[in-house]
Design a protein around this ligand. Structure first.
Ligand SMILES: C[S@@+](CC[C@H](N)C(=O)[O-])C[C@H]1O[C@@H](n2cnc3c(N)ncnc32)[C@H](O)[C@@H]1O
Length: 439
C-alpha cells in the first residue's frame, strides 16, 4: 500500500525540486512577439511549454503540465522553419542562383541570417531574430589565450574549427560583394567577420536535422540544417530521450518525448550521446554529470608509459594500429575504457607470452602479472592526468584574477576541467580497488 505523504514531506520535496525550477519569462516582450509571430504562421500553441530561465542551464523551456512518455511536446509547422528553401525564396535568392561555383547550404543560411538581422524591423523574421543570443561561447568565439587552456585534443579541434570558419568567410567575400545592390550600406560592413561568425554559430548551435530536397543552385554538400524557432529554446540533457522528425502527414517538425517531465521542471531534448569536449566544441557548454563524458588518452601518450627496453614494442604498436586500438581510448566514470585497458594489456605483455596477443585483443586474461602491470600503468596515467588538471586549474584561476573580462569564457574551461577531474578521481578509485586483490 502506498504511504500517504505528510505536509512536511511535500514541502521538503518541493524545496528539493525548486533548485532546478526556472523563472517564467513568457511575459517578456520578445516572447510575446514570438508567440504572435508563430501563431500567424499556424503554430498551435498548447501552452505546454513556456520560456524560462533556469539556475543551471540558463534560458530554456519549462513544462506547464507534466509530460508523459510518447507525448508530442512541440509541433512546429513547416511555415515556421527556416531552411535553404526560405533563403532561396528571399531577396538574396536570385544572387545565390546566379553565383558560381554554387554556395553551400550552410553559407546560404548564414547569408540569410546576416542580411535579415541587418534588415531589423523590416525583416519578416524579426520576432525570431530578436530572441537569438547576441553572442556565443563555441571555441571559435573564445579568445586565443582561453583556447590555449583547453585540453590538447579539444584545443586542436578548436583551432581547426576557427580555421574552417575563417576560410569559409574569406572564400565567401566575393559572393557577399555581389549582394551590394540589396543594401544602402557597404556589404563589407554588413557581412563583417563578426556578423558572419554570429550567423555560423547560430546555425551550428541551434539547427535541427532536416534533410531538404536538393536545390540546383546550391553546392552538393548535405542540406540538412533547419532553424526551428521556439523549438530551439530546448536545452540538452544526456538523461532524456526524444524522437524528433518532420511529420510528412501533418507537415510539422515534431518533438515526441520518451521521458517524463514533471510540471514546472525544465523540458529537455538530447542533442546526441556527446561527451563534454564535443558539447563544448559544437554547442559551447559543458553538461554536469554527463554519463558520456570521458577523458581521452592519445595513442602517442601511451608510449611514454611503456616498460623500458621492451624489444617487442614496434610489433605491439603495429598490432594496436592494425586492430584500431590507437584511438578512442578513454577514462570514464566507470574507470578506464575496455579499449584503453586492452591496449595497455598488450603493451605490458611479457616477452614469453607475446604469442598470446590475439587472446589479449579479445579480452582474455593472460596472467596476474599482466593484469597488475596494465592496471598499474592505467593508474599512473590517471594520477599524472589528475596532477596536470590541478596545474591547469591553477592557470585558469590565475587568469580569472588577471583578466576579469574573460571570466565567463574561463568559467567554461574550468567547468570542463572540473568534470574531467571528477571522472579521473572516480577512475582512480576504481583502479585502486581493482589492484588491491592483485597485490
Ligand atoms: C538550441 S539552443 C537551446 C536554447 C538556448 N539556451 C537559448 O537560450 O537560446 C542551444 C544552446 O543552449 C545552451 N545549452 C543547451 N543545453 C544546455 C545545458 N544543458 N547547459 C547549459 N547550456 C545549455 C548552449 O549555449 C547551446 O549552444
Amino acid at each position: 500500500m502506498q504511504r500517504r505523504r505528510g505536509r512536511t514531506e511535500r514541502v521538503r520535496r518541493r524545496r528539493r525540486s525548486s533548485g532546478s525550477r526556472g523563472v517564467n519569462e513568457s511575459c517578456r516582450s520578445e516572447f510575446i512577439e514570438l508567440r504572435k509571430w508563430l501563431k500567424e504562421r499556424k503554430f498551435e500553441d498548447t501552452g505546454l511549454l513556456v520560456p524560462a530561465c533556469f539556475p543551471g542551464t540558463g534560458r530554456g523551456l519549462m513544462s506547464k503540465a507534466s509530460l508523459q512518455e510518447g507525448q508530442v511536446i512541440i509541433s512546429l509547422p513547416e511555415s515556421c522553419l527556416l531552411t535553404t528553401d526560405t533563403v532561396i525564396r528571399s531577396s538574396v535568392g536570385p544572387y545565390i542562383k546566379k553565383w558560381k561555383p554554387p554556395v553551400s547550404p550552410l553559407l546560404a543560411l548564414c547569408t540569410f541570417l546576416v542580411s535579415e538581422r541587418h534588415a531589423g524591423s523590416h525583416s519578416l523574421w524579426k520576432s525570431y531574430l530578436d530572441i537569438l543570443p547576441k553572442s556565443y561561447t563555441c571555441p571559435v568565439c573564445l579568445e586565443p589565450e582561453v583556447v590555449d587552456l583547453l585540453p590538447g585534443p579539444l584545443r586542436a579541434k578548436a583551432e581547426e574549427q576557427r580555421a574552417r570558419v575563417q576560410d569559409l568567410f574569406a572564400s565567401s567575400r566575393d559572393f557577399f560583394s555581389t549582394l551590394q545592390p540589396l543594401f544602402a550600406e557597404s556589404v563589407d560592413s554588413i557581412f563583417s567577420y563578426h556578423a558572419f561568425l554570429w550567423a555560423w554559430c547560430t546555425v551550428n548551435t541551434r539547427a535541427v536535422y532536416l534533410k531538404s530536397r536538393r536545390q540546383e543552385c546550391l553546392s552538393s554538400e548535405p542540406d540538412t540544417c533547419a532553424l526551428a524557432p521556439f523549438l530551439d529554446l530546448l536545452n540538452h540533457s544526456p538523461h532524456v530521450q526524444v524522437k524528433a522528425a518532420f511529420n510528412e502527414k501533418t507537415r510539422c517538425y515534431e518533438i515526441r518525448t520518451a521521458s517524463r517531465c514533471r510540471k514546472h521542471q525544465e523540458a529537455f531534448i538530447c542533442y546526441g550521446p556527446h561527451d563534454n569536449q564535443r558539447l563544448l566544441l559544437e554547442y559551447g557548454f559543458v553538461a554536469f554529470g554527463n554519463p558520456h563524458a570521458c577523458v581521452p588518452v592519445s595513442g602517442e601518450m601511451l608510449l611514454k608509459y611503456l616498460p623500458p627496453a621492451d624489444k617487442q614494442v614496434h610489433k605491439k604498436l603495429s598490432i594496436l594500429e592494425d586492430h584500431g586500438f590507437t584511438g578512442n581510448l578513454t577514462f570514464g566514470w566507470d574507470g578506464p575504457s575496455w579499449r584503453l585497458l586492452t591496449a595497455l594489456k598488450l603493451l605490458c605483455l611479457e616477452a614469453e607470452r607475446f604469442t598470446s596477443w590475439k587472446k589479449v585483443l579479445i579480452g582474455d586474461v593472460i596472467s596476474d602479472r599482466n593484469e597488475k602491470a596494465s592496471l598499474g600503468v592505467a593508474q599512473k596515467i590517471c594520477s599524472d592526468f589528475i596532477a596536470e588538471i590541478h596545474s591547469e586549474l591553477r592557470k585558469v584561476s590565475d587568469m580569472k584574477e588577471r583578466k576579469g573580462s574573460l571570466i565567463s569564457q574561463l568559467c567554461l574551461v574550468e567547468a570542463l576541467r572540473m568534470e574531467e577531474l571528477r571522472i579521473l578521481q572516480a577512475s582512480a578509485e576504481i583502479l585502486s580497488s581493482s589492484l588491491a586483490p592483485l597485490s
